[in-house]
Design a protein around this ligand. Structure first.
Ligand SMILES: [Zn+2]
Length: 261
């Protein structure tokens, strides 16, 4: 049970980080698969990520419905998570958000969103664009049932990120830390690409070899990965909530403290 508590605590931290880093605002969500039951996952009830506490986390099945009695409202778009977990047994954590910097790349077909900066390598070489209208015609553009979720998951395929035309993105990864990192750097990569386009001329994307080299030897608790998680958590005011499963040292000084040293 201690492990589950820690996981849910990490999910709360992940929500706060995504809010602080402007990946989500009032909308957008992150989930994590149940470690002992791959047919269940955890996600908040319908609430802005910045405000989420442990008690707001609910457990859903792969049909997107709560597994226990739940009177509180749930996210309309929880089917994005359910369908990706259903289709991708390798995926442990999912983010859906509407970060503005990625939106142009789901709208304009001329320039694909791909890694152009080293920290953007985690999004993977190809980022498919899903257009809800192709199969579902005129909708409110939100993913509000399993059919739509599955169509999105199919478009995502084996990739890490899919853009959703006129709406946002969905990202999937092997751990909470990894999906947060990917979702934080995705809009930054998009910004760099957009600015490079403004300078004009040919765009030089990261090569497959460079992307592979960046991803080689990935570990969620490597010094480099942990450093970012610890930094973001402290910046988001939840450094005191950090725990490290490998027993390593944790810095807990939430951001109000003096950083002049
Ligand atoms: Zn959405």
């Amino acid at each position: 049970m201690a492990n589950l508590d820690t996981l849910i605590q990490d999910l709360v931290i992940a929500n706060r980080i995504l809010a602080k880093e402007d990946v989500v605002d009032a909308y957008g969500h992150i989930s994590v698969r149940h470690p002992d039951n791959p047919k269940h996952f955890f996600i908040s009830r319908s609430l802005a990520p910045e405000l989420i506490e442990k008690d707001d986390i609910v457990e859903l099945g792969l049909d997107g419905q709560p597994v226990k009695d739940e009177k509180r409202s749930l996210y309309l778009e929880r089917f994005i998570h359910a369908a990706i977990y259903e289709m991708r047994p390798d995926v442990t954590a999912v983010v859906h958000a509407h970060a503005e910097d990625i939106l142009p790349f789901g709208i304009a077909k001329a320039t694909p969103l791909r890694p152009v900066i080293h920290s953007g390598s985690f999004i993977g070489k190809d980022v498919p664009v899903w257009d809800i209208a192709e199969k579902f015609g005129d909708t409110n553009v939100l993913v509000t049932n399993m059919d739509q979720g599955r169509d999105l998951a199919k478009c995502l395929g084996g990739n890490n990120v899919a853009l959703m035309r006129g709406h946002g993105f969905a990202s999937a990864a092997r751990s909470l830390i990894e999906v947060v990192r990917m979702s934080v750097y995705l809009p930054r990569n998009a910004r760099a690409l957009m600015r490079a386009k403004m300078l004009g001329g040919e765009i030089k994307y990261l090569s497959q070899g460079e992307i592979d080299a960046r991803n080689a030897g990935y570990s969620p608790y490597s010094t480099e990965t942990w450093r970012a998680w610890e930094y973001w958590a402290n910046k988001a005011g939840c450094g005191h909530m950090l725990t490290r499963p490998d027993g390593g040292h944790v810095h807990k000084h939430d951001h109000k403290h003096d950083h002049k040293k």
